[in-house]
Design a binder for this molecule. Structure first.
Ligand code: ADP
Ligand code: ZN
Ligand code: ZN
Length: 730
């Protein structure tokens, strides 16, 4: 057949510029069933790429059209419904269609040579053994450890237990042979449906459950519940209901560190097949969960942000836990918000979506207040304990010992004496965030970034937390030659040392990216803390979320003052969320909790609003401020960020963009302005901030800008990106 008579199809490619491209269907594929959503291999420049067919409507023939090389699927790979959803996403975020489609497809499927997915084995203990039987059956310490671990945390794959025993795989096999474990290819259904715990839902929980359960079609619910109010229990009961009706649920969680906990709770309680999906898994494991959700062989997916793109056979509900969390926002490449997409997808598929949080984002809070979302409130802790009492400690009036006041150290000691745990939180790792010259005030900075260098004592080096470059400590000040070079300020490493010096008998566990590097290490640390032994935890953000440490009674927040000087209008919102989340770690089970915040500005009205009243008061107040100044959520914002080694070129690029887009009274364009960190990794960073009073005008302006950049190719040598609904200004 001559080329001009051949069928033409359009495909989406995993490349960041072209939207979709046309290819010819060669003779040898003519009689094969070719359909939208199947994968093909196509030539592109001098490579062969896996692409997805997105349209069969005949395109115009041109001479330089190339042929498809290979058809990879016999059935639909990506369902039409997903392609249509991706189309909406592409139009909202103004990102190339191919890039959008492929961010929702596991890597495994992008390689045409990948074989069938390998099988996996999940282990779980058989419930019906008495302790005595186990004692007689299990002689080996190794087997006991694995068995007990599975009893507490199962179902698991053996490779997730290598930190318990390096031979976990063979231990599982032996335990299986002894009849103590059951195995499954999927996680997990076995013969004994698990029972609900013996409590009934509180009135508020029941109300929330009923409201969601009795709703039909698309509805967004804000489950606004203080920490420990039983939000998870509401999720579980709802999901159970759907799974019993042979429907599927998608649960989005902020971070990998959190996934195991919620995952185990779901896996234990729901008589269904539950899978996790996050970036810590192997390519094959991710592909498998994705595939099985699509085929309906899995009932529940607990996933981090990219899970929002998973295809489902019969999806019935989407839950976003800790909806305020910034990790739902993808911060590079295609910058989407999984939380916002959850709402968009629920609307597209006509389903309920639940956004759960103790500290809703102002965006969500605003939508609840103006009635767009149904606002469900849980205001009591299930253990009837009050939220922890919060004390403000004015550090100007106290002598500090390596970052902690004497009073605080005394309090920590007292908790330990009573067999409790304490948590000391500081969002800054290393020994100290600066080193300076006492004589002239010089501060060590990174040569490649606009930042101070952090001193890490364990390696006796300075380190840039932006580019991770390492520097030696200068013996003399490079500015005045003085030898009086001192560290300044406190990081977690120094706090740890201070605690060890002042509480010599205490066990201290430090948790930050320097001490906990892998998810196995993290799991091990969490397990250790959960034994409940008296100890002090010192750490960063990693400790702030999700985990339930029943024996934790005191939380100390070391320094919050930087946020008060931040240029980002969301700084206090993020600070208040962090403070409440960290505080929420205290007093979760039967013990009363206490929180101490060390600050130099105790008078700040922020404390009065947040602590004197509550998060809702703070959010209402903050929302009014945003309305007054016209910032999100009272406006719609986007940023074009750009970077380049050449300062002049960078500025003129953004200037050209801003000068050439048609003026619109509804959109203000600010910039070019330097990014908060002007120089990073040797490149200058600037931005244009678009702020509009309606979404339509904003999108029109952005489209104009993009068309201009792409058409006139003024971005020569400049790296730039578009961030719609940015969550920070950096
Ligand atoms: P949240 O997710 O809101 O922080 P959780 O769902 O983790 O709270 O609940 C906190 C604790 O309360 C859990 O240990 C949970 O088992 C328990 N719990 C939940 N609902 C109830 C209830 N109705 N009665 C008693 N305990 C409950
Ligand atoms: Zn000096
Ligand atoms: Zn640097």
């Amino acid at each position: 057949m001559p080329d001009s008579d051949k069928k033409i199809i359009r495909v989406a490619l995993p490349i960041p510029f072209a939207d979709t491209l046309s290819y010819l269907v060669p003779d040898h594929l003519c009689d094969k069933p070719i359909d939208i959503g199947m994968r093909v291999v196509v030539p592109f420049i001098n490579k062969q790429l896996v692409a997805v067919i997105v349209s069969l409507s005949p395109g115009d023939y041109t001479k330089n059209l190339k042929h498809i090389i290979e058809l990879l699927d016999k059935d639909i790979f990506l369902p039409l419904k997903n392609i249509e959803f991706m189309k909406k996403v592409h139009l909202y975020y103004l990102q190339p269609f191919g890039e959008v489609i492929f961010s929702g497809i596991p890597k495994w499927f992008k390689n045409k040579n990948n074989p069938e997915l390998p099988k996996e084995i999940w282990w779980q203990v058989k419930e019906n053994f008495s302790d005595k039987e186990i004692e007689t059956l299990l002689k080996s310490e190794k087997q006991k450890n694995i068995f007990n671990y599975l009893r507490d945390y199962g179902p698991l794959q053996s490779r997730s237990m290598t930190h318990v025993d390096s031979s976990s795989s063979s231990q599982c096999q032996s335990l299986f042979k002894k009849g103590l474990l059951v195995q499954s290819e999927l996680c997990f259904v076995d013969a004994h449906p698990p029972a609900d715990p013996d409590f009934t839902l509180t009135t508020d929980q029941q109300k929330a459950f009923d409201a969601i359960n009795n709703s039909s079609g698309f509805n967004t619910f804000l489950l606004d519940g203080i920490t420990g109010s039983g939000k998870t229990e509401v999720y579980i009961r709802l999901v159970k209901q759907f799974v019993t009706n042979k429907q599927q649920a998608l649960v989005l969680v902020p971070e990998i560190g959190l996934t195991p906990q919620l995952f185990h709770e779901f896996a234990k309680r729901i008589h269904g097949r539950v899978a996790v999906l996050h970036s810590g898994l192997t390519d094959a494991a991710r592909a498998r969960a994705w595939q099985k959700a699509k085929s309906g062989e899995i009932d529940v997916i607990v996933a981090t942000r990219s899970g929002i793109f998973t295809p489902f056979a019969n999806l019935a509900i989407i839950i976003v836990d800790e909806e305020h969390d910034l990790s739902f926002k993808q911060q590079d490449g295609f910058r989407y918000s999984a939380r916002d997409l959850a709402v968009m997808r629920a609307q597209f598929e006509n389903l309920p979506v639940i956004l759960g949080s103790a500290t809703p984002s102002l965006e969500t809070f605003n939508n609840a207040q103006n009635g767009k979302y149904h606002w469900l409130k849980l205001r009591e802790r299930t253990n009837k304990q009050n939220l922890p009492a919060i004390k403000i400690l004015d550090v100007r009036k106290h002598k500090m010992l390596k970052g902690l006041s004497k009073a605080v150290l005394g309090q920590i000691d007292q908790e330990l004496q009573q067999g409790n745990q304490a948590l000391v939180f500081l969002n800054r790792r290393g020994w100290s965030p600066k080193i300076t010259c006492q004589d002239c005030g010089w501060v060590a900075e990174c040569d490649h970034c606009d930042t101070y260098l952090t001193y890490h004592k364990y390696m006796d080096r300075l380190r840039c937390h932006h580019c991770e470059r390492i520097y030696g400590i200068p013996e003399f000040c490079p500015q005045c030659g003085s030898q009086k070079i001192e560290t300044m300020g406190v990081g977690t490493e120094k706090l740890h040392k201070g605690l060890a010096e002042n509480l010599p008998n205490a066990e201290i566990i430090r948790v930050d990216r320097d001490t906990v590097k892998t998810s196995n290490q993290w799991q091990k640390t969490v397990d250790e803390i959960k034994t409940g032994k008296p100890c002090v935890l010192v750490g960063t953000q990693m400790l702030s979320k999700g985990h339930d440490f029943p024996n934790l009674t005191l939380v100390v927040i070391v320094n919050v003052d930087n946020s008060f000087y931040s240029l980002d209008f969301r700084a206090t919102e993020h600070l208040s969320q962090l403070m409440i989340q960290v505080s929420g770690r205290a007093g979760r089970k039967h013990k009363k909790g206490q929180v101490i915040i060390q600050t130099q500005c105790p008078q700040n009205e922020f404390f009065e609003l947040l602590l004197g009243k509550n998060y809702q008061e703070y959010a209402t107040h903050e929302l009014k401020l945003r309305q007054q100044v016209g910032f999100p959520p009272a406006s719609f914002m986007s940023i074009i960020r750009a970077r380049c080694k050449d300062e002049k070129k960078l500025e003129s690029f953004l200037e050209t963009v801003s000068n050439n887009i048609p003026q619109d009274p509804n959109v203000s364009v600010l910039g070019p302005i330097p990014a908060p960190i002007y120089k990073k990794m040797g490149q200058y960073q600037m931005q244009l901030i678009f702020n509009a009073n309606n979404r339509k005008s904003l999108h029109q302006s952005l489209k104009n800008a993009l068309t201009m950049i792409r058409k006139d190719k003024i971005d020569n040598g400049i790296i730039w990106n578009l961030d719609i609904d940015p969550v920070n200004l950096s």
